[in-house]
Write a new protein. Structure first.
Length: 237
């Protein structure tokens, strides 16, 4: 038995397969936290009643979740259309000129450092097995892990938006307009920090930078809407 025969693959965990739903979930939770909290903060800063703040928050929550789901579905469906068009084009090229496609695949492997005789041997073997999948993977970068999934993205985005958007409502537990305003900001920043930490952990990256990016962005958004609300209140709009 040769040395290579004695080798066995070891289990590995990578984050590439999570990229589609994780991106949608991170976007949804951040948008839910920031947009709902910003609207509630703006209304509270404008001196509106608690019922108005609640109504505005619920409207932002429901409308935002539907908008996120629809936006993700349409956006990712467009990616699916591109992938299908590339697949059809590659199938047509393989049927019309398989020799040129074989040479193209050989050149791809050669450009990655594989000696030309071995690159030709590998390309030939893959062409005999499944040429379309070989070109989709190595020429276009398409794979099962990276495939676009519109429904998955839409559900992840809408669910995470609703989850994140409910957090600012905890700020309404405080008594007094000023206390409610600051509690909304506080619980939202905590929610953003938690969302950043969970996203970084799911992606397998360092925790600090993604978390700070999320928190700072959310804080700036709330500060702007609070300023707008205060200006509107001062101007008597």
């Amino acid at each position: 038995m040769s040395f290579l025969d004695q080798l066995s693959p070891h289990p590995e965990g990578h984050s590439a397969g999570r990229a589609g739903w994780l991106r949608a979930a991170v976007l949804g939770s951040n948008d839910g936290l920031v947009s709902v909290a910003s609207l509630m903060v703006g209304l509270a800063a404008a001196g509106t009643s608690t019922s108005t703040v609640v109504t505005g928050g619920l409207a932002a929550l429901s409308a935002g979740a539907m908008a996120m789901a629809a936006g993700e579905y349409v956006s990712v469906s467009s990616q699916v259309d591109v992938e299908l068009a590339d697949r059809a084009k590659e199938s047509r090229e393989l049927a019309e000129d398989p020799e040129a496609e074989l040479a193209e695949l050989t050149a791809i492997y050669e450009s990655r450092g594989v000696p030309r005789p071995l690159a030709l041997q590998v390309a030939t073997a893959l062409h005999e097995a499944d040429p379309l999948q070989a070109h989709l993977r190595d020429e276009l970068g398409q794979s099962e892990q990276s495939a676009a999934r519109p429904v998955q993205a839409a559900l992840a985005s809408a669910t995470s938006f609703l989850t994140g958007g409910l957090v600012p409502f905890l700020g309404l537990l405080a008594t007094g307009a000023t206390a409610r305003l600051w509690l909304i900001v506080a619980v939202t920043l905590c929610g953003l920090a938690l969302a950043g930490l969970l996203a970084a952990r799911a992606a397998g990256t360092a925790l600090l930078r993604p978390t700070l990016r999320v928190v700072v962005g959310g804080a700036l958004a709330m500060a702007v809407t609070a300023a707008v609300g205060q200006l509107a209140h001062t101007a008597g709009v």
